[in-house]
Design a protein around this ligand. Sequence first.
Ligand SMILES: CC(C)(COP(=O)(O)OP(=O)(O)OC[C@H]1O[C@@H](n2cnc3c(N)ncnc32)[C@H](O)[C@@H]1OP(=O)(O)O)[C@@H](O)C(=O)NCCC(=O)NCCS
Length: 176
Amino acid sequence: MHHLCIEKLERLTPRMHGEAVALCTAAYEQPFEPHFEELKDAGAVHLLGRHDGRLVTHLAWVERRLQTRDGLTLRTAYVEAVATLPEMQRRGWASALLRRFVDHVGDFQVAALSPSDAAFYARLGWEPWRGPLFQRRGDRWEPTPDEEMMIHRLPATPALALDAPISVEWRPGEVW
Ligand SMILES: CC(C)(COP(=O)(O)OP(=O)(O)OC[C@H]1O[C@@H](n2cnc3c(N)ncnc32)[C@H](O)[C@@H]1OP(=O)(O)O)[C@@H](O)C(=O)NCCC(=O)NCCS
């Protein structure tokens, strides 16, 4: 495989912001600027993958709190905006970035995401959460039955029952 040069950024420069929004807009075939504003407000950290200087693949994560019924709260690196330039897809770039992602979030207790294609992530070590999913508003747990979530274990991940109920704090837009 060719070389991917990975850069981690806690704050995108205006130029990188423009490049990353253009990449995600092309990959998802929908305007991504509003989602990037949400990511910025949520304190997202970005991983940018370049090949020959060209931005080819991207992901970001935000800090969230997953919680189980018995009160276990997990400081979670929640992955968003996984995208590869359409003309550069199926060459292993997103897989390479996702493999390296886990090295950057060692201070979290778990990583999670809402998969578009569970088989793609499963190959990279992500496990489907089998139990029911909920959104948390204050102390209230509201079911989100149509959602899907996968986790990736990290060195600090405690023992988890993947078939147990789990919740995440509510947010505007897509909760999971
Ligand atoms: C999903 C997405 C990020 C994958 O990016 P990618 O860089 O193409 O990913 P990879 O190349 O690592 O893997 C994609 C597939 O190509 C395969 N592949 C990897 N290297 C390959 C190669 N050299 N030759 C042929 N196939 C290859 C992988 O096995 C994988 O197969 P799968 O689709 O059967 O799982 C990309 O398709 C995308 O941007 N999609 C639109 C946005 C989106 O849906 N994002 C996910 C939201 S959760």
